[in-house]
Ligand binder design. Structure first.
Ligand code: MOS
Length: 720
């Protein structure tokens, strides 16, 4: 039974089991599923940011040979559940953002559909819109950012500016959260501090940009809707889509075998899936396929909302924090309110007797934002960790020593003990491996061959979430293999592989005796691949099912033996559960051109037991690479005159390529208190991006002496 067990189970770097089918092109993504008589959908999109469609002429489109259906708000079927405005496609003449679906053509070929969509003539009655998140558009700020606008603007001024005819600010700073002092108290505490940092940091819209676009294939047969979908969770997708059509969840079958990345943008149902299902209902028995184009994805599949973060730190002369205040404005959309909560990490990162954080969505006429890798923590840790670097400089304290000095004994927000907090070990191990001791104490100290160089550090954190609503089934086959069934998702992270390892260890068999069945809503219920809780939550169900299987069938099961079990409820409400890490970056900046290169990057993480070091490292360095993009490249540029993101393709929206990544590595701690197996593992899909951009910005400051507080860092900003 245990042949090869040690080579295949938890902790071993098993290669991706689906690597070969992916490389050979036989792994089937949603759009590639063979379906009978496919028809192709191409959408018509609004070209105004706000208003109504007053006339829509589909005559020329309908007349085209090969066109099957043309849908607009005038003839589209009514949706039943109307809670989610983002999904109410073609339900009225209203336009809430530029790029919104206002029609669709279904045709025998993709080319005909696209051509016909271009023949639809639309007349609008536009109404005034506000798509400008940068308050500077109306003459005030960005605070501390734009050259010539050094004035620090008060909170009241920002609110006044954002209120009124331009939009509104709705406070969601969750009153009742413990240990939040009042605005007057925190302001007094900062005024009384021996030293302070008071700065504003901004992050732009950033896009998830998975390689596989958002894709749906919809087929109706006898009242049952089948969806081949690119989604991070078949059951959550099913629960989101079914009520729109007045269906019970089990009347929607969702199949998602492979997903070419999601980074959060495939957690929620998006409008293209609704449109495909709606159109397919007009053509019973035929499959309707839609894949968004790259350009369409910039308005229809979500993005990380831009932030303006006002960070105030009060401290003693040695850098010991006395007060932490973080007030964040986050862009949201009028169509559907969404908030990441970029103030969240400031609540629990560092010890300080006084603390206040707020997060306010600024509701604009823009596309709907959504989850993106490490929501809240990713953007929020940019502001906080650059502010900590500024405090270190003001106090002339080493940035690592500053963090050691402000390490809390208990969770500063809740007062709970930490279940695991190894931030300082991560910083210390990273400092050794990165040769931090060679770092010059002062910035702008090292110029070689026309390049300034410097080192920076930042902390990383992400919560340890766990979702109990997961069930797995195990079926023993005559050939001696175990089929393990759970509706988990494979979004490119290696989940099939690590779940195989978890099952093999739990069943006491080699990995080649396990066959995973995932990505289908007809399988036992599973939560999404999101929040870094996928592997651990699914794995707990698999471990429970293996235990049930052993209990019911003993060590020598008969072919056909089966068992199913739900993951046990975990009650760990009495401890603070967050993972931590440390990001180190070395950059060089060209003294003539301002060109910035990341010469070296090291991440050190504490995430409990690592199930597969190969796929884990891939997640860490993938997150860090995405952090390089955040630091240096990614910059959605809104043209507020038209409410459009102007750089909506890969020519102008840059993400890092191999040429941008020089020397990057990630390592992790062994945690003595982590129990063996799945319970000792924590999520690691998101923490790799957290703090990465701050480490790079801090390294750029150390190299050049120029403090950049607005992402991305561009050559012009480093030349002052
Ligand atoms: Mo993650 S943003 O929860 O996919």
């Amino acid at each position: 039974m245990s042949t090869g067990l040690r080579e295949q189970s938890i902790g071993v770097g098993l290669g991706r089991l689906d690597g070969i089918p992916k490389v050979r092109g036989t792994a089937r993504y949603a759009y590639e599923q063979p379906v009978p008589q496919p028809a192709y959908l191409y959408p018509v999109q609004a070209t105004i940011a706000r208003g109504t469609v007053v006339r829509i002429d589909t005559g020329a489109a309908k007349a085209l040979d090969g066109v099957l259906v043309v849908l607009t708000h005038l003839n589209a079927p009514r949706l039943i559940d109307t809670k989610d405005q983002e999904l109410l496609v073609l339900q009225s003449a209203d336009v809430g953002f530029r790029g919104q679906f206002i029609g669709a053509v279904v045709a025998e070929s993709c080319e005909i559909a696209r051509h016909a969509a271009g023949l639809v003539e639309v007349a609008y009655a536009p109404t005034p819109h506000n798509s400008a998140f940068s308050v500077g558009e109306h003459g005030h700020l960005l605070p501390g950012s734009a050259p010539g606008l050094p004035r620090q603007v008060s909170e009241a001024e920002i609110e006044a500016e954002l209120a009124g005819e331009h939009g509104y600010v709705s406070p969601v700073s969750a009153p009742g959260l413990p240990r939040q002092v009042s605005e007057a108290e925190i302001t007094a505490a900062i005024a009384a501090a021996s030293t302070a940092v008071d700065q504003t940091y901004t992050t732009p819209p950033e896009y998830n940009v998975p390689m596989e676009p958002h894709t749906s294939v919809a087929i109706w047969n006898d009242g049952i809707l089948t969806m081949y979908e690119s989604t991070q969770g078949v059951h959550s997708f099913q629960a989101g889509l079914a009520p729109l059509f007045g269906l019970k969840p089990e009347q929607v079958r969702v199949i998602s075998q492979y997903v070419g990345g999601g980074f959060g943008s495939k957690i929620e149902v998006h409008a293209q899936a609704v449109l495909a299902a709606m159109a397919a209902r007009e053509l019973p028995g035929r499959a309707v396929k839609v894949a968004l184009t790259r350009q369409q994805m910039f308005s229809l599949s979500g993005y990380r909302p831009p932030t303006i973060q006002h960070v105030r730190l009060g401290a003693d002369l040695d850098g010991t924090l006395t007060a932490v205040a973080v007030d964040v404005l986050e862009q949201s959309s009028r169509t559907k309110e969404f908030a990441e909560g970029s103030d969240l990490p400031a609540r629990m990162m560092y010890a300080a007797p006084q603390r206040r954080t707020t997060n306010r969505p600024v509701v604009l006429d823009v596309p709907v934002p959504t989850w993106m890798r490490a929501p809240g923590r990713c953007a929020g840790m940019f502001g906080l960790e650059v502010a900590m670097d500024e405090l270190a400089a003001v106090c002339a304290v080493d940035p690592i020593a500053l963090r050691v000095r402000n390490e809390p004994q208990v969770d500063p927000e809740t007062g709970q003990p930490h279940a695991f907090r190894h931030l300082l070990e991560c910083l210390q191990l990273g400092a050794e491996r990165f040769s931090w001791e060679h770092r010059d104490p002062a910035p702008r100290a090292r110029l070689r061959h026309g390049w300034w160089s410097g080192m920076g550090v930042a902390s990383a954190t992400y919560p340890d979430f766990r979702v109990p609503e997961n069930t797995a089934g195990i079926h023993y086959q005559a050939d001696g293999t175990y089929v393990v069934r759970i509706a988990a998702a494979e979004i490119g992270t290696g989940s099939r592989t690590v779940l195989t390892q978890i099952a093999a260890e739990a069943l006491g068999c080699p990995a080649q005796c396990v066959r995973m069945e995932i990505g289908d809503s007809s399988l036992p219920r599973a939560s999404v691949a999101g929040g870094s809780f996928g592997t651990t939550s699914w794995g707990a169900a698999i471990a429970a099912a293996a235990e049930a299987f052993r209990d019911q069938h003993g060590p020598d099961p008969r072919p056909g033996a089966e068992a199913e079990a739900q993951a046990p409820q975990v009650n760990d409400d009495d401890t603070s559960r967050h993972s931590f890490g440390a990001q180190f970056a070395e950059v060089r900046v060209n003294s003539e051109t301002g060109e910035i290169r990341v010469s070296r990057m090291l991440g050190v993480f504490s995430v409990g037991r690592v199930i597969n070091p190969v796929t884990a490292r891939s997640q860490f360095i993938g997150g860090m690479t995405m952090g390089i993009g955040m630091a240096l490249h990614e910059h959605g540029v809104m043209d507020p005159r038209f409410g459009t993101i102007v750089n909506h393709d890969f020519a102008d929206y840059h993400i890092p390529t191999c040429a941008d990544v020089e020397d990057i590595d990630a390592i992790w701690l062994e945690e003595p208190e982590a129990p063996p197996g799945v319970p000792g593992a924590r999520g690691l899909g998101e923490i790799g991006i957290v703090g990465a951009a701050a480490a790079i910005a801090n390294a750029a400051y150390h190299a050049t002496g120029v403090r950049v507080r607005n992402l991305p860092l561009t050559p012009d900003t480093l030349l002052s």
